[in-house]
Design a binder for this molecule. Structure first.
Ligand code: EPZ
Length: 418
């Protein structure tokens, strides 16, 4: 097991550069198999989720050439074999191979995906989308066989604007016959990044980033070169850390519109920031932060992935704040550990009520999932004394070089294996 240890209470200053977006990368890698040639993806973050997807590519006999930050994926000798559970369960995004393999071979055999335990996370909307395109689904325990004689474009309405279902249906539909329309599609920037990648390979996708996506199927996708967008959740996490301990802290390589909701909330708290074209600098935080409420929502609303780190900041605000989680039913697992660090928080249904400010004092905590882990890092940096975070593997799934990046701006943080 990996453990992160932080000596907190230090001010952080300097610049942190944001890496390529995890949630775009994890869809781009499976999407790349749709070409019959070679795809080059650059600005790929070195995180363990990337490694897990490359392992699946290797099982499919796809050649993967990795250099600093870029991946060259060659599908010339690819084979459509079953993706076993030990690989699918390593991460959520393994499910993008369902759409991609179905699109390319009209058949896929794989197991239910893994990922953070933040709710039941069914995949019914993905499967309904595949069925609408003409596929039949056989499901035994955790194994799925999805196959079609032919995929035919269809009109698909998503009951919820799911990120995963939108991308997965897009992946299957790009090589279907005729036109597919996805209504109530998710609008997250990662979806736009994936659609741009597919279009660069010759797909015909319009409307990504809006709630109606139109896809005209094509027979062949060609070679292409593509760049991953900066990670808005990594950026948001470090901006929150800046608000907790920055003096000043510049977060570079950010698309500020992607973190608009967070910036508005930080302004409500009273944080002084400079927002540039591709950076956000947290100049300083006032002695007293104002309490505020947040409610998570689909993009461009307040991102559920930032809810957990943001809660840490609210423990430092004067008065009562409320956090309502609307996307995942089990995303408050960081709260007991924040309480162990000294926070005053109660949970009722999907709302956490935080009374502040409270002094945080280092202790032993657990990274129960990726963003809960990020919240523990943020809290540990603010807390007086030593915070020990166990199960730190979760954090490495989504934050490239987190130890190095924080050390470079003055944090006392180290990782060890026990
Ligand atoms: C993606 O998860 C991200 N993961 C999540 O990032 C992120 O929190 C989430 O989108 C919301 O933005 C990846 O990109 C790999 P959803 P995803 O489908 O695709 C329900 C992180 O920390 N739903 O938009 O799983 C679902 O249960 C993570 O980086 C169904 O009911 O999210 C949830 O309540 C964790 N049926 C809601 O929709 C379905 O078929 C939103 O899920 C699909 C989803």
């Amino acid at each position: 097991m990996k453990i992160i240890e932080i000596e907190g209470g230090r001010q952080l200053s300097g610049t942190i550069r944001i890496s390529g977006a995890k949630n775009a990368t994890v869809a781009l890698i499976p999407a790349a198999i749709l070409t019959d040639e070679e795809a080059t993806i650059c600005n790929v973050p070195e995180i363990t989720d990337t490694d897990a997807l490359c392992d699946i590519l290797k099982i499919l006999n796809v050649k993967v050439n990795r250099s600093t930050e870029s991946l060259v994926i060659n599908t010339k000798d690819m084979k459509n074999v079953s993706i076993e559970e030990e690989y699918s369960k390593k991460l959520r995004a393994s499910y993008y191979f369902m759409g991609a393999l179905l699109g390319k071979y009209k058949k896929v055999e794989m197991y239910f995906p893994g990922g953070c335990s933040i709710g039941a996370r069914p995949i019914d909307l993905h499967l309904k989308g595949f069925e609408a395109l003409g596929a039949t689904i056989t499901n035994e325990k955790n194994k799925y066989i999805v196959e079609a004689k032919e995929l035919k474009g269809a009109n698909i309405y998503l009951d919820f604007a799911s990120v995963g279902a939108t991308i997965n249906i897009m992946l299957a539909a790009v090589r279907a016959k005729g036109k597919t329309i996805i209504d109530n599609a998710a609008k997250e920037p990662e979806i736009v990044n994936v659609a741009t990648f597919l279009n660069n390979m010759g797909a015909k996708i319009q409307g990504a980033g809006t709630s109606t996506i139109k896809i005209e199927g094509v027979d062949h996708l060609h070679k292409c070169f593509h760049e991953v967008i900066p990670d808005r959740i990594e950026a948001g996490t470090y901006i929150i850390i800046g608000a907790l301990c920055g003096n000043p802290l510049k977060i570079d390589n950010v698309i500020p519109e992607h973190v608009d909701a967070l910036i508005s909330k930080l302004e409500e708290l009273g944080i002084n920031m400079e927002v540039g074209l591709d950076y956000v600098t947290v100049l300083n935080s006032p002695e007293k932060l104002k309490a505020t409420n947040i409610k998570t929502a689909v993009f461009p609303g307040f991102a559920t992935d930032l809810q957990q780190p943001f809660t840490v900041l609210l423990t430092q605000a004067e008065g009562r704040s409320k956090v309502t989680e609307t996307i995942f039913e089990n995303r408050f697992m960081h709260i007991p550990y924040l309480k162990a660090l000294g926070a005053d928080i109660t949970i009722k249904n999907q709302t956490a009520t935080i009374d502040g400010p409270t002094k945080l004092k280092g202790t032993e905590v657990v990274a129960t999932d990726l963003r809960a882990g990020a919240a523990m890092v943020a809290a540990g940096l603010k807390a007086e004394g030593t915070t020990t975070i166990t199960n730190a593997e979760h954090i490495l799934r989504g934050y490239e070089q987190i130890i190095e990046k924080l050390t470079a701006v003055g944090a006392k943080i180290r990782i060890k294996e026990i």
